[in-house]
Design a protein around this ligand. Structure first.
Ligand code: NAD
Length: 244
């Protein structure tokens, strides 16, 4: 239905993958959607796409100002922009730690902070963060990435507590391996990408990758009126991976 009619959403990383699917879902629900992305030109033309780097506070504040100028309000923030990092702690130096945490963790706080005065005024305020199965799974070769997503999960709960009385709900989704350009880029590095994709599918508990649309549906639920009594939760969209 038109669950989001009259509402304004900011989605970071909306030019690709999960963020693009979330944008499509919220648009279908009647929202006006602003995309904050490094590559706004790649976003769906139906979005109000802005060149925003979530790792740059001035850029984020400028983006929020532009959204308010255009739409006059902000109701929903989906903090989805994120970058990967591979390896053990032996493989990433301090600069790499700072770079990834600045996007994946501080980015969540930075974008939400800039939008906060508007969320406080909204009767339907919701923040949804994209964490990951990596937040809790103890995945090998993902030390820095896992730390960043564990922080997103902790930050989600802390923000939920801090802003409960202001009527702002804060939740996160924890996708398993999802079929997005991110994963395609990794597969393309393999000697036989098709075989690698089949092997990756076979490693998932339900025999296939999670779809971006499935993650988007979970984000829409958490952002929407049906989740009006739900805050501080992490919703797994992982085919059951967290139960193994
Ligand atoms: P993607 O690479 O397809 O899309 C990410 C988007 O974020 C891109 O459009 C990119 O330009 C944008 N972006 C990156 N850095 C940015 C920055 N500093 N400022 C603004 N925009 C920026 O990735 P995806 O697979 O759709 O992943 C989206 C989110 O989901 C990420 O937070 C990722 O960690 C998380 N996630 C992905 C998977 C997966 O398997 N694909 C699993 C769990 C969690």
């Amino acid at each position: 239905g038109q669950d989001f009619e009259g509402l304004v959403a900011i989605i970071t990383g909306a030019a690709s993958g999960i963020g693009a699917a979330v944008a499509k879902r919220l648009l279908a629900g009647g929202a006006s959607v602003a995309a904050f992305d490094l590559r706004p030109e790649a976003a769906d033309p139906a979005l109000f796409a802005l060149p925003v780097n979530v790792a740059d506070d001035a850029s984020v504040r400028g983006g929020v100002e532009a959204v308010v100028e255009k739409f006059g309000r902000i109701d929903i923030v989906v903090n989805n922009a994120g970058i990967g990092a591979q390896g053990t702690i032996a493989d990433n130096d301090d600069d790499e730690w700072a770079r990834v945490l600045d996007v994946n963790v501080v980015g969540v706080a930075r974008v939400t902070r800039a939008a906060l005065p508007w969320l406080q005024k909204s009767p339907a305020a919701a923040v949804v963060n994209t964490a990951s199965i990596a937040a809790t799974a103890g995945l090998p070769q993902r030390a820095l990435y896992s730390a960043s997503k564990g922080a997103v999960l902790a930050l989600t709960r802390a923000m939920a507590a801090d802003h409960l009385r202001e009527g702002i709900r804060v939740n996160c989704v924890c996708p398993g391996t999802a079929d997005t350009p991110w994963v395609s880029r990794l597969l393309e590095k393999a000697a036989d990408p098709e075989a690698e994709r089949a092997a990756l599918n076979a490693r998932q508990p339900h025999g296939r990758l999670v779809s971006a649309e499935e993650v988007a549906e979970a984000v829409a639920y958490l952002a929407g009126p049906g989740a009006g009594s739900t805050t501080g939760v992490a919703l797994a969209v992982d085919g059951g991976m967290q139960n193994l």
